[in-house]
Write a protein that binds this ligand. Structure first.
Ligand code: SF4
Ligand code: SF4
Length: 124
């Protein structure tokens, strides 16, 4: 099967993903760049992205695709592919959330990172 490198042809430049990343997630990882000749592109800044998936859920054009493959979350966007490590549950071994997202949750909730050693199913 041929690997999809980007989803540029699907993107309508509606900017819903830009808004949700900025306003709801608070990351500013997607930038709408105007080129001056009435065309524009999206830029995805992987250093800011926590691989949360919100942009994919809100994109009704299928232009942001998430896949969890083993220990890696692959995100295919109109600007190309990004890869992020997933966190493994210490009990059942399931890769349950992106490491960057878990780290941010721990910071925001003022909890030690070890609090997230188990996946939600094993925590109950
Ligand atoms: S990726 Fe989806 S949500 Fe984002 S601008 Fe393109 S079509 Fe809109
Ligand atoms: S996956 Fe990344 S780019 Fe998409 S909303 Fe979350 S932080 Fe933003």
């Amino acid at each position: 099967m041929k690997e999809i490198k980007d989803t540029k042809d699907k993107c309508t430049l509606c900017r819903k993903c830009v808004g949700i990343c900025r306003k709801t997630v608070g990351r500013k990882a997607i930038i709408y760049v105007e080129s001056g000749n009435e065309s524009a592109t999206l830029e995805f800044i992987s250093e800011r992205c926590i691989a949360c998936g919100s942009c994919s859920y809100i994109c009704s054009d299928g232009a942001i695709i998430f896949e969890d493959i083993g220990d890696t979350r692959v995100i295919t966007t109109p600007a190309g592919r990004m890869e992020f490590k997933l966190k493994k549950c210490n009990k059942c071994g399931y890769y349950w959330a992106p490491e960057k997202q878990v780290k941010l949750m721990a910071e925001k909730a003022n909890l030690p990172l070890a609090y997230f050693d188990l996946c939600p199913d094993c925590r109950v």
